[in-house]
Structures are given as structure tokens and as C-alpha cells.
Design a protein around this ligand. Structure first.
Ligand code: PLP
Length: 437
């Protein structure tokens, strides 16, 4: 299917098919489209192989790596915070930016804004929801705070979350505590837990008749623990409790759909695992709930029921948003199953290698249902900050320290599709050197 067919299939007007898009579909040679073509060749070579077999095929992943513009002197094991965008995405963004500057009020208002609807439909198709339930935002923080600050609550109402939810999200609830007299109850969760059921049990042990919201991570930012979202969301709905899921880390990291989660609200950042330009996010709200949530920036009453009311933020750089479609195409070119299998393979490789070393504690499960790319560990006698700094200074390896006050600290190690086995093995050697010094 070429782009014109795709636009038609999405129900879009041919008017959307403007100069910026036709430049690439007409075969205009760019480094990005070249790398995509090489990736397509690599896909042909592995057609018929299982995702697990391709996960171990270094030649394949080298092709993927070549689609990025990376610093080869830097071992980036922190794709958890933000991912680089592949060349094909940054070039798309550059094209849209050029168009913007050719005559912003015409090219942006008349041509690019309508394209945002195509981005919405692509993302909704990926997530398995209606486009009328999906708002485009700047990041997870904006997505979730829209709901956290806009959901009606009364003095004394309770919100249940965990000490490993993202600090900015907890800050939003604490502000509502001060402003509205609600109460935030945080539960601790073991890392790793004995089972996923243990996570469910911890959450519901804190729920009371006053609980109005359960706010959990799909995958924690601390150690990469995946939560049993479906089970928690189903029970929350049965009890009339709003379920908010922080999917900052999960959209496009591994395959799942809205129906696998069953939650009321889900927010994610597209600059993490979708590798979209920095400054893109999505917010899903279950259709009947849209009208009950006040937007962060005011909207007219006529928009009460319209998911787009959450997007009324004024003028913004639309070139960032329109290039999301190119990130979706890149993601689909690799394939969601293949990508997840590779990420799990890389994490498991370093975890198995460092686990027997003296002083190493792993904080992430080996169970594929509970973890994907992110893994966390600590080293006895070396705090997380010192370990992070030492890895950077001595080996040029970049990881993230994570601190859960009064509970534990660790380093979070996050490979991506461009990570090589050599880089993983260098990390293992570095930990071995420090652990046996
Ligand atoms: C679980 C989780 N939620 C929310 C966020 C916030 O993401 P953003 O800064 O893109 O809004 C992060 C960032 O790392 C995260 O890990």
C-alpha cells in the first residue's frame, strides 16, 4: 500500500496529500529512506524466522542500528528516559519544519493540521481504540496530569498508587491533596515480586470504600516491573474506581492493545519506545469518561465530549507531531514482536551474566510477562550514583540511577533496538571488574 492508498484507507481527504509527503513518496533519495530500504532487505532475509531467532541475529540488528545517527563513542544504556529518533523520523520532521517556515499560517493551518487526524488514526489503530478516544499530547506527564487534575474528586476521597510510580505524577496528586483535601495512599511493592498476583494484592489491600482512583504504572520507571493491569482495572471498574495507567514506558516497547489493559485512562510518551521526535505523547480515555474530565486548558462546552478538548494548548511546533507517522512506519518495519524479543534477549543476557558476581542484586524478574527492555541491579558497597558515574567515566557507559527513598536504590539498564551485543558485554565486563576489585 503506498501513502496515497494509506490515506484513502484511513478515510483521509486527498487534500492531506501535500508537498511534504509527496516528496518522500515520489522517491526523493534521503539517508533515512535509504536506511529504511536496507532494513526492508534485512526483513526479507529473516522472513520465516521466529522473533526469538531474529533476536540473536546480529547482522539483522546492525541494519537496524545503521538507521540511527548514534555516537559510536557512547554506550547508551538509558533508552528508558528518551530514545533517539531514527534518521527517517528526523528527516520527516525536518521536512515538516521546512514547510512550516515556508508560510506557517498557510502550510500549517491548511495542510499540516488536518494531518494530525491521520496521526491520531494510526496511533489509535496501533493501540486498538477509537480515534475518538485518543488525544495527542506532548508527553506522559501532560497526558496523565490532564486526568489527575481534571477528574472531579471531593474532600476525603482517596487515591491509591505505589511508591514506585513516577515522581511527577505523585506530585500532581500531592498538589490535589493540598488544594482539594483528597488523600494519596502509596503502597510499597517488592522488586521483583514473588508473583504478579502479589502486586494486585498490595493494591487492593489499600483500597477502601473512599477509594476513587487507582493510579499504577504499566511498567515501573524504577526497575521495569510490568503490572497485572487487566486484573487490577477489571476489579477497579467493578468497584466503581477510576483506573489510570502510566504507560510512559510501554507503548511500542512490547505488543499489547487497549483490550489487554482494560483501563479507563492510559498515557504514554512517544519519544520513548516509538522513537518519535521528542515532545510527543498520547492520552487514551474510555469514551464515556471524556465528558467528566476537565481539560488542563479551557475548552468550550460544545467540546465536552470531544477528546480533542485535551489538545487545546495553543500554538505548538506541529512538525514534531506530523512526523509521528514516520516513527510508526519505522516501528512496524521492525515489527513489534521482533523488537520485544530482541529487548528481552539483551536484558536477559546481561542479567544472567552479572547475577553470579559478588555483591550483585537483581531487582527485575526474568519472567517475560513481568519485564522487557528495562532491568535494574545494585552492587554492594557502591551507591547507585557512584556506580552510574563510574560506568560513565571509566567505560563511557550511560545508565540511570534510580532511588526509591527509604526502600532501595539501583541502576536501571535499558538497551534499545540499536544496542549491540558488544555493548552489552562491555557493560557486563565493567560490572565484573567492579564486583571483583
Ligand atoms: C513511568 C513514567 N511515567 C512518566 C514519565 C514522564 O515522561 P515524560 O517526561 O515524557 O512526560 C516517565 C519518564 O521517564 C516514566 O518513566
Amino acid at each position: 500500500m503506498d501513502r496515497r492508498d494509506f490515506v484513502a484507507a484511513l478515510g483521509g481527504s486527498p487534500l492531506f496529500f501535500h508537498a511534504g509527503l509527496s516528496a518522500s513518496s515520489a522517491g526523493q533519495a534521503t539517508a533515512g529512506t535509504g536506511s529504511l530500504a536496507r532494513l526492508r532487505d534485512a526483513n526479507r532475509a529473516v522472513a520465516g524466522s521466529s522473533p526469538e531467532a531474529v533476536a540473536e541475529d546480529e547482522a539483522y540488528w546492525l541494519r537496524v542500528r545503521q538507521a540511527f545517527t548514534l555516537d559510536a563513542n557512547h554506550v547508551n544504556l538509558n533508552s528508558g528516559s528518551v530514545s533517539p529518533a531514527p534518521r527517517v523520523v528526523s528527516e520527516a520532521m525536518q521536512r515538516y519544519w521546512t514547510l512550516t517556515n515556508m508560510a506557517p499560517s498557510y502550510y500549517v493551518d491548511e495542510l499540516l493540521y488536518p494531518e494530525v487526524e491521520l496521526v491520531r488514526r494510526r496511533l489509535a489503530a496501533m493501540f486498538g481504540c477509537s480515534p475518538e478516544e485518543l488525544a495527542l499530547t506532548r508527553n506522559t506527564s501532560e497526558s496523565l496530569q490532564t486526568v489527575q487534575l481534571g477528574w472531579p474528586l471531593e474532600r476525603g476521597d482517596e487515591i491509591v498508587s505505589t511508591t514506585q510510580d513516577y515522581p511527577r505524577m505523585l506530585t500532581a496528586w500531592r498538589q490535589r491533596e493540598r488544594r482539594d483535601g483528597v488523600r494519596l495512599k502509596l503502597v510499597t511493592v517488592p522488586t521483583p515480586p514473588p508473583s504478579m498476583d502479589a502486586l494486585y494484592d498490595r493494591i487492593f489491600a489499600a483500597v477502601t470504600p473512599r477509594t476513587k482512583v487507582i493510579h499504577i504504572c504499566h511498567m515501573t520507571y524504577t526497575v521495569g516491573q510490568i503490572f497485572p493491569v487487566r486484573r487490577i482495572a477489571d476489579e477497579a471498574r467493578r468497584r466503581g474506581i477510576l483506573s489510570i495507567v502510566d504507560g510512559g514506558h510501554t507503548f511500542a516497547q512490547f505488543p499489547f492493545t487497549r483490550d489487554d489493559l482494560g483501563c479507563d485512562v492510559y498515557g504514554s510518551s512517544l519519544h520513548k519506545w516509538l522513537c518519535a521526535p521528542v515532545g510527543n505523547g498520547l492520552l487514551y480515555v474510555r469514551r464515556p469518561l471524556i465528558a467528566r474530565i476537565w481539560p488542563l486548558l479551557a475548552a468550550e462546552a460544545a467540546q465536552d465530549d470531544d477528546i480533542r478538548k485535551f489538545e487545546s494548548i495553543g500554538t505548538y511546533p506541529i512538525a514534531l507531531r506530523t512526523a509521528v507517522s514516520d516513527a510508526v512506519l519505522f516501528h512496524e518495519e521492525i515489527g513489534a514482536e521482533r523488537k520485544a524479543a530482541r529487548l528481552r534477549f539483551l536484558r536477559e543476557r546481561w542479567m544472567r551474566a552479572v547475577e553470579p558476581l559478588p555483591g550483585v542484586t537483581l531487582r527485575t524478574s526474568y519472567d517475560p510477562a513481568q519485564a522487557c527492555a528495562l532491568g535494574a541491579m545494585s552492587l554492594a558497597g557502591m551507591g547507585a550514583q557512584r556506580l552510574t558515574d563510574t560506568l560513565q567515566r571509566r567505560w563511557g557507559i550511560h545508565v540511570r540511577p534510580r532511588f526509591v527513598p527509604d526502600e532501595f536504590e539501583c541502576i536501571r539498564v535499558t538497551p534499545n533496538v540499536f544496542t549491540t551485543l558488544d555493548e552489552i558485554d562491555l557493560f557486563v565486563e565493567a560490572i565484573r571488574t567492579l564486583a571483583t576489585a
